[in-house]
Ligand binder design. Structure first.
Ligand code: 13P
Length: 251
């Protein structure tokens, strides 16, 4: 039985004042029982704030990106070691917004995954197809290519302790969620793909669903056998929504 994990991806939202309110309310409203782990991936400038406010709580924190390099003349970049200075547990890699808007290729995402591992961070590797790709029947082909780039670079053992997230691009920020059956189908395919390399790893690998997860649809999604929690964008900024999603994962 895999424990559930719910990760909030704040994207480029927040301010010191707004974060203080949000984090305070999350800590105050933490689900009382259950084994679900909660985390928030915040913009880089707010890592110190997250560390300060969450260190003594069960909520973990992380970043939304990192450099594939460990250091050097890379203006504007942030290394894995820097994230560790703020006691981050997680680093999202390969989010579709980074792939689409910042030209991150499968190879670059794999390099970032390796950099996260080398720093001792837990990468949350995102994969997912666009609407065009889904309608062309290419969903699994796209997702496998994204996954294989990392499996080939890191080896199956390199995925041990990592987290995967299936985020269909057409469901992100659109209010259009994949149905539980649609999501489960891809999650099962991802797990089978990993299983072909390492069955033990596949059985323990957390695979989160992301894309318009809300309090209202979380329970049904998390009830699917291969969905181990959520990677939540917009709803992670709304206290009651995020807490209710975490509660749904506890059931
Ligand atoms: P939304 O939950 O806002 O659709 O975003 C999903 C996402 O991109 C999480 O990484």
């Amino acid at each position: 039985m895999r424990a559930k994990l719910v990760v909030g991806n704040w994207k480029m939202h927040g301010s010191l004042a707004a974060n203080r309110e949000l984090l305070r309310a999350l800590v105050a409203g933490l689900p009382l029982a259950g084994s679900t782990e909660m985390a928030v991936c915040v913009p880089f400038p707010y890592l110190a704030q997250a560390q300060e406010m969450l260190a003594a709580t069960p909520i973990r924190w992380g970043a939304q990106n990192l450099s594939e390099h460990s250091g050097g003349a890379y203006t504007g970049e942030v290394s894995g070691a820097m994230l560790c200075d703020f006691a981050c547990r997680y680093a999202i890699v390969g989010h579709s917004e980074r792939r689409a808007l910042y030209g991150e290729s499968d190879a670059k995402v794999a390099a970032k995954f390796l950099a996260a591992r080398a720093a001792g961070l837990t990468p949350v590797l995102c994969v997912g197809e666009t609407l065009e790709q889904r309608e062309a029947g290419a969903t699994l082909q796209v997702v496998y290519a994204q996954l294989d780039a990392v499996l080939d670079a890191a080896g199956a053992a390199g995925l041990s302790g990592a987290v995967l997230a299936y985020e269909p691009v057409w469901a992100i920020g659109t209010g259009r969620t994949a149905s539980p059956a649609q999501a489960q189908e891809v999650h099962a395919a991802i797990r089978a793909r990993v299983e072909a390399r390492d069955a033990v790893l596949a059985a323990s690998l957390p695979i989160l669903y992301g894309g318009s997860v809300k309090a209202q649809n979380a329970g049904e999604l998390f009830a699917q056998s291969d969905i181990d929690g959520g990677l939540v964008g917009g709803a992670s900024l709304v206290v009651d929504e995020f807490l209710a999603i975490c509660q749904a994962a506890n059931c």
